[in-house]
Write a protein that binds this ligand. Structure first.
Ligand code: ATP
Ligand code: MG
Length: 198
């Protein structure tokens, strides 16, 4: 990550695990808005998800790192995992602005997560920290929002982390839904198997 970058996208999420829907959305927004880079920001703990993550933060972070390897447009930031506790986007953006002075931030959110945008912590201050970008997601319509958002249509990828975890438990294939390095990591570390984790 370099302080010289003028326009940086941020895709926050649990990434449990990261999949090609995330990467397609990041890639499309990068091109549509002419961004210099998109940062993948895995949460420590998500305020709207009950219970514990099915994979530890360190493993979700490592899968993100492996997923973006070889694509210069993408990088992974551990800012939320290092801060710990419940991850609020207002803290993510405040910390990233400190790390990247002079950079314009674009926070990317899928249609499903956008429906709850009004409940996000410090929603008014959020607007001053970044430009918000909504992206389309199969099965979810983009909500009407009171707050200004850019909208980017991304090629439909009907994949979710929930479905990947379900497939791993069921012994169904996940190749081509997640990067190969992520599928290998899941297999090597025996993640999501046996229905023990969620
Ligand atoms: P889970 O099923 O565990 O909720 P998920 O697939 O929704 O996982 P998240 O980590 O919750 O993944 O999502 C991170 C961000 O990426 C959210 O803003 C979400 O809306 C967006 N996103 C996830 N999958 C897609 C997809 N297939 N197309 C567009 N956006 C997506
Ligand atoms: Mg989700």
């Amino acid at each position: 990550m370099s302080a010289a970058l003028a326009r940086v996208g941020v895709l926050g999420g649990t990434f449990d695990p990261i999949h090609h829907g995330h990467l397609a959305a990041a890639s499309e927004v990068c091109a549509a808005l002419g961004l210099d880079q998109v940062l993948i920001a895995p949460t420590h703990r998500q305020p709207f998800k009950d219970g514990f993550d099915s994979a530890p933060a360190s493993e979700r972070l490592e899968m993100c790192r492996r997923a973006v390897e070889g694509d210069e447009r993408f990088a992974v930031t551990p800012v939320d995992i290092e801060r710990g506790g419940i991850t609020y986007t207002v803290d993510t953006l405040t910390d990233l602005r400190d790390q990247l002075p002079g950079t314009s931030l674009y926070f990317i959110t899928g249609a499903d997560a956008l429906t709850r945008f009004g409940d996000w912590k410090d929603v008014d201050r959020l607007q001053t920290l970044a430009q918000f970008v909504g992206v389309t997601r199969p099965g979810h319509s983009l909500p009407q929002l009171d707050t200004p958002h850019l909208l980017v249509e991304v090629p439909a990828m009907a994949v979710s982390s929930t479905e990947i975890r379900r497939r791993v438990r069921a012994g169904a294939p996940i190749r081509y839904l997640v990067p190969r390095a992520v599928a290998d990591y899941i297999a090597q570390h025996d993640l999501y198997a046996g229905g023990m984790h969620d």
